[in-house]
Design a protein around this ligand. Structure first.
Ligand code: SAH
Length: 466
């Protein structure tokens, strides 16, 4: 018997926060997820949806608020969905993220004793994103930039997004002004008519440079010089204006076809002293200030002294590989996206790093091959996507018998699952630490160290099991 009914109202107490940032309450033992609530909130809710094992609801009234609440500083918070924890004070956000990691390691990984360090929080909890995409369209017959209303492609006008650079607002306004003054239409994906699809910006933390990318459905822009003129007046931080062309009848975020309208083709940023060039579609970490802290910890866990061979699996544009290369004998990087590997090789060359080799292939295909061919990494670093790694890759790592495995993860659940596999195959979870790369959202990054158990430790464990 499910004790709740759709559209009915209930009064509940929020007693935890789930891994997607929703508050969790129980009605007669039945789990209900309620977004934008906080532990300790006493609230009246309406049930929106009922499934077999849980329901979802929304807040009608806060009867007594949690002590962990803070004033919401964004007028779009209710509708936008980009942030999930903005209503909770930052220290509590960090506690929530730490407990998400702890629960995953305990419940999914089935680890009893382990060291989980405190979360590393961010100094800047706003304006930390170096990449933002703003759809352009119409709202009440006015050309606007904004965000998509939940589950639709209707654009809701945005005044500013606090996660991105403060300059984005002026850049977007300049584009809207240019469109209005020159009769340039916004693209309509239903009728495949109109020109401007979206504005996309990338900023460099190191240099302050901004790249403004105008995504359009045509190979050139009417009166492009007027747009350039407006944009360069916005800020002298703008060093690159790019037209990104997608003439197809789809709405892909960004195409491969770029024309530089003004300034540079690429901007650059750095991580731990290594320079990276960034083109409109390059991968680059979204929050470099926090990424540096995370990489420092990963390298501290790896404990390199120029004598180790390192394998960096799921290496992206080689950011961790190149940082590790300075401290290692050699680094092999593996990544499935060919363009990312081209960038990794280019970045190695530009930084005069000569002890790296990069392979564009899937980890599950190339890692077993490399190990079978006799590669013997002393340290393996892996940083897989949300779905985690896989048996083929992890088994090959175990066969290679590295002393240390440093696992960087954006999903505590798959991290815990993979760490359990490694623990069952001769590694101990020595330390773990969370990093907040995305304040006000439910995302959490973790770095773990798994160390090879020595044969005497093996015996000890076997004895204990007897
Ligand atoms: N280590 C990088 C990127 C990590 S994101 C950094 O710190 O920036 C995870 C990466 O794994 C992405 O670049 C993605 O393209 C890659 N990837 C996803 N599936 C893969 C697979 N099966 N084999 C190899 N790489 C994969």
């Amino acid at each position: 018997m499910i004790p709740v009914e759709k559209n009915k109202e209930y009064t509940v107490l929020i007693n935890s926060v789930s891994s997607d940032g929703s508050g969790v309450a129980h009605i007669d033992g039945f789990t209900v997820f309620i977004p934008q609530t906080s532990i300790g909130d006493k609230i009246k809710i309406r049930i929106d949806d009922v499934k077999k094992r849980f329901a979802t609801g929304s807040v009608i009234e806060i009867i007594s608020p949690s002590a962990n609440r803070r004033d919401i500083d964004c007028e779009h918070y209710n509708l936008c969905g980009g942030c999930q924890l903005r209503h909770i004070n930052y220290d509590t956000q960090l506690e929530i993220k730490r407990s998400i990691i702890e629960n995953a390691i305990r419940r999914i990984g089935k680890f009893g004793n382990f060291t989980l360090n405190n979360m590393t929080g961010a100094e800047n909890t706003n304006r930390y994103r170096n990449k933002m995409v703003f759809p352009i369209g119409y709202c009440k017959n006015r050309t606007v930039f904004g965000f998509y209303a939940p589950k639709t492609h209707d654009i809701i006008p945005l005044s500013d997004c606090l996660l991105g650079d403060a300059m984005n607002k002026s850049i977007n306004n300049a584009v809207i002004e240019y469109m209005t003054e020159n009769n340039v239409s916004a693209y309509d994906e239903k009728t495949h008519s109109g020109i401007i699809r979206r504005v996309f910006t990338r900023t460099s933390l190191k240099t302050g440079e901004i790249m403004a990318v105008i995504c359009a459905s045509t190979v050139s822009l009417p009166a492009a010089e007027k747009l350039i003129d407006k944009l360069i007046k916005v800020s002298d931080r703008i060093s690159s204006i790019i037209l990104n062309i997608n003439t197809e009848k789809n709405n892909f975020a960004i195409s491969e076809n770029n024309v530089t309208l003004w300034g540079k083709d690429e901007i650059s940023d750095s991580l731990l002293g290594i320079e990276f060039t960034i083109s409109p579609q390059s991968f680059f970490q979204i929050n470099p200030a926090q990424t540096e802290k995370l990489y420092k910890k990963a390298l501290e866990f790896a404990d390199l002294d120029k004598s180790q061979n390192v394998m960096d699996i799921y290496c992206g544009i080689g950011t961790i590989s190149l940082c590790a290369a300075k401290k290692a004998k050699s680094v092999i990087g593996v990544e499935i996206v060919e363009r990312a590997i081209e960038d990794a090789r280019k970045n190695a060359f530009n930084n005069n790093i000569q002890n790296t080799v990069f392979y564009a292939d899937s980890a599950e295909n190339i890692v077993p091959k490399l190990i079978n061919q006799g590669e013997t990494p002393d340290v393996v670093i892996l940083d897989p996507p949300r779905k985690g790694s896989d048996k083929a890759t992890l088994s090959a790592i175990v066969r290679a018998n590295p002393q240390k495995i440093v696992y960087v993860s954006c999903n505590p659940a798959t991290l815990a699952r993979d760490a359990r596999f490694l623990a069952d195959n001769g590694y101990s979870l020595t330390a773990a630490q969370g990093f907040d790369l995305f304040p006000h959202t439910a995302h959490v990054e973790t770095v773990c160290l798994l160390s090879k158990l020595h044969s005497d430790q093996h015996i000890e464990i076997e004895l204990q099991m007897d």
